[in-house]
Write a protein that binds this ligand. Sequence first.
Ligand SMILES: [Zn+2]
Length: 188
Amino acid sequence: MSSNIRIIRICQQCGNEFEARKTTSKTCSDNCAKKAYKARQRSTNVQTSAEQTLQIKLKPIEDIKAQEFLTVNESAMLIRISRRSLYRLNERGELPFVKLNRRTVIRRSDIDRLFDRPAELMEKSRPEPVALADCYTMKEIREKYDISEKALYELIHRHEIPKQYSSIYAYVPKYRIDQLLSNPSNLS
Ligand SMILES: [Zn+2]
């Protein structure tokens, strides 16, 4: 009688022997079944993300060039600089980032424009450095003027206020900030 046949299996999760109720059972208990399922999900996720990374790496540059809007990663690949360098370009007001649904999008025409400017002009447009004693850090401005980080960033960007860097801090000229923020309409 078939009911007398006992199917003994090894649990794929804990390695213990168990009596299988179905020929397809792979685990000894609900608990092990859950753990096995989670492990499978994890490995699928890792695999998917590895595949996505590979796809991005293999995505031909030509393909990117054909796009009108690029991600930060794609833009960095296109001009072969680091993401950090792209963010610097953006902070210096040389490359606009567009936020769409919390995603950062860069117009390819804006990237092209980076290279349109003659080298000498780019040199000239670089502002004279201001002594750090005559600059604010972002924190100092926010404390003095009670302005949000986002609003301050946008203000600096919109008015093309030059940023200087010393160690990890960005500095901007005090007189530019005081001039702008003494006008209450800039504080909204
Ligand atoms: Zn088990």
